[in-house]
Design a protein around this ligand. Structure first.
Ligand code: SME
Length: 185
């Protein structure tokens, strides 16, 4: 008996299996990826007390290591307004009032903003029209927001909860490094 294989059925099935396996693999790799990234950041900043220098190197490292990101940088809180700090990417807006845009909301609420589609975020400030997703994490010292880390991507839904957790851990390390070096605000 001749068994005929219907390729119209087989190929979609293979695709589904492949998608399932690759997303599981990605999940495992992401965990390892963020553990390694954490160690790299630790090696880079732990002996340095200068906050601006550490922001500069963390931006450079994250921009190099994270896939599909088009802007990584810090906005610093200066006189109750966010002011552009060390970053990697295209030139950006210089001053952002607290409460405005994704960065100003993260700073005002002291809460991470993970935005799948920035165009759906009321008041989003479009520094680069090609950005579609954004992750903004507040940086605090003595319970005061002293800066935010802003990461942009041209890919919708670029950041998931694992990215958020991995990057929030890195920001905790950044905060603890400031405390270790006696930085005051
Ligand atoms: N999109 C941000 C502004 C900063 S840039 O993306 C570098 C916002 O809405 O706050």
């Amino acid at each position: 008996m001749l068994i005929t294989v219907n390729s119209a059925l087989i190929y979609p099935a293979i695709k589904v299996c492949y998608a399932f396996l690759s997303s599981a693999a990605l999940l495992m790799n992401k965990n390892t990826f963020y553990q390694e990234l954490y160690s790299q950041v630790e090696a880079l900043i732990s002996d340095e007390s200068d906050v601006i220098a550490n922001m500069a190197n963390v931006s450079a490292l994250l921009f190099e290591q994270l896939s599909e990101v088009n802007w990584v940088g810090f906005y610093r809180m200066v006189n109750n307004e966010l002011v552009l700090g060390p970053f990697q990417g295209k030139v950006a807006c210089i001053r952002i009032p607290v409460g405005r845009g994704v960065c100003g909301t993260a700073a005002g609420d002291n809460k991470t903003q993970r935005i799948d589609d920035v165009h759906a975020f009321e008041g989003h400030i479009a520094c680069d029209a090609t950005s579609n997703a954004e992750l903004v994490i507040p940086v605090t010292l003595n319970e005061k927001v002293i800066a935010v880390l802003d990461i942009d991507s041209t890919v919708f839904n670029r950041f998931d909860s694992e990215d958020q957790a991995g990057l929030e851990k890195i920001i905790s390390l950044f905060e603890n490094t400031m405390i270790k070096h006696g930085v005051i605000n």
